[in-house]
Ligand binder design. Structure first.
Ligand SMILES: [Fe+2]
Length: 174
């Protein structure tokens, strides 16, 4: 996340840090912390979040691991910015609700060094764009194509984000 923010710009002060911890440290480290929890536990945690749980997440609780991670983050770190929780919540599917911080997490999660499904050339192909929205548009297009190739019908939230990015939309930097 840090490399992407340094390249394309940081979120506003409201989402850049919380009590001396920067967004990359908390969101980058915590977004997958609930990944190993059981389906029942994920839905229980998600239910405690107060955030919207879309039907797709009830069908496949693993998709709610970002919402559950937010609940764990709040108990471990404190009342972090709402945008951090939204970024974590939607890093699985992509959504308009994930905001600028979420764009960064979504892209970083998919293109971080060490991902064996990407060559360095492919990674540069994603990063070598002029905005975080453009990077995310490319990443999301490939994610959606991958999901379809596996027989997974993309959720409306992913398609709405794709339309927004294709039309040149810019996320507000809170
Ligand atoms: Fe994840």
């Amino acid at each position: 996340m840090r490399a992407l923010f340094e390249r394309f710009g940081w979120p506003g002060a409201g989402e850049k840090s919380f009590e001396g911890l920067d967004v990359c440290t908390v969101v980058g480290l915590m977004h997958d912390c609930a990944r190993e929890e059981s389906d029942e536990r994920l839905l229980q945690l998600a239910g405690e979040s107060g955030m919207e749980i879309i039907p797709r997440m009830r069908d496949c609780p693993m998709l709610a691991h970002g919402i559950a991670a937010g609940v764990m983050t709040r108990s471990l770190v404190g009342d972090v910015p709402r945008g951090w929780l939204e970024a974590m919540a939607w890093h699985t599917l992509g959504s308009m609700r994930m905001g600028y911080t979420g764009l960064c997490l979504f892209c970083a999660d998919f293109t971080e060094p060490g991902r064996r499904y990407l060559t360095d050339t492919q990674r540069r192909g994603y990063w070598d764009r002029d905005s975080l929205e453009a990077v995310c548009s490319a990443v999301l297009d490939d994610r959606i194509a991958h999901w379809r190739s596996k027989g997974f019908v993309p959720d409306t939230c992913s398609l709405q984000l794709q339309d927004f990015l294709h039309s040149g939309g810019k996320m507000k930097r809170n």
